[in-house]
Design a protein around this ligand. Structure first.
Ligand SMILES: [Zn+2]
Ligand SMILES: [Zn+2]
Length: 228
């Protein structure tokens, strides 16, 4: 016998359970956090592959290039609003480097050199480009959608070079997001900057000219050994 309740349940389409947060975790597990994906993800996320030499240099600096870079030297980056990111454990492991004193802030977990993401040097221009390697403990495609943008393909390893794709749409999406964060005051809630002093929560270490030259040489050598 089918009860009314059973009939009602059967006729109600199952609501897919959308997780409200995506886990963020360094590979040793000391630094942990989450990314809020409860709403407006398609609006506030710009995911793309960047093939630029600076992103390759960052991966080599961390000594984790095999995990970070794809076979052509691309990094899968998920750009979103920093207020969506929060750290729940091991904040003291958060470290920051810059390739040059004008370069982006490149954040990583100092405990095991897992990349976290990059930000500009100011919290007022509010975005973070999270590197996929710290998001792998959750379903990345489900939470953030597929990579839509492809940038700096000319710096990719090997041939043929990947074509740049959807750069204009990606940049426009990012600028709209930054503008929304600025107007709403969301920019003030970044886990990478102090809300009072607006200074980075970890002092960025800038590579010396010599360190940078050595790192560039490593990237160059890797690009020459890429399979064709
Ligand atoms: Zn770690
Ligand atoms: Zn890049």
């Amino acid at each position: 016998m089918v009860t009314d309740q059973a009939r009602a349940t059967a006729s109600t389409p199952a609501t897919p359970t959308i997780p409200a947060t995506h886990p963020l975790r360094c590979s040793c597990g000391a630094l942990r956090g989450e990314v809020d994906v409860s709403s407006n993800v398609s609006r506030d996320v710009n995911r793309g592959i960047c093939y630029c030499r600076d992103c390759q240099a960052y991966a080599h600096f961390l000594g984790r290039e095999k995990e970070i870079l794809n076979e052509q030297g691309g990094t899968d980056i998920i750009q979103t609003a920093p207020r969506r990111v929060s750290f729940t454990a091991g904040r003291e492991h958060l470290a920051c480097m810059r390739l040059t004193d004008e370069g982006m802030f490149r954040w990583y977990a100092g405990c095991c050199r897992t990349p976290i993401g990059n930000t500009l040097a100011t919290d007022r221009m509010s975005f973070v480009g999270l590197v996929h390697a710290c998001l792998r403990s959750g379903p990345v495609d489900e939470s953030f959608g597929p990579a839509r943008m492809r940038a700096n393909g000319r710096s990719a390893r090997g041939e043929p070079k990947p074509k740049d794709e959807k750069i204009f749409a990606g940049v426009a999406r990012l600028l709209r997001m930054m503008l929304r964060e600025r107007i709403s005051g969301g920019w003030r809630h970044s886990p990478f900057f102090s809300p009072d002093t607006h200074r980075p929560v970890a002092a960025p270490r800038v590579l010396s000219a010599r360190e940078l030259a050595e790192l560039r040489a490593v990237v160059e050598a890797a690009s020459r050994t890429a399979p064709r």
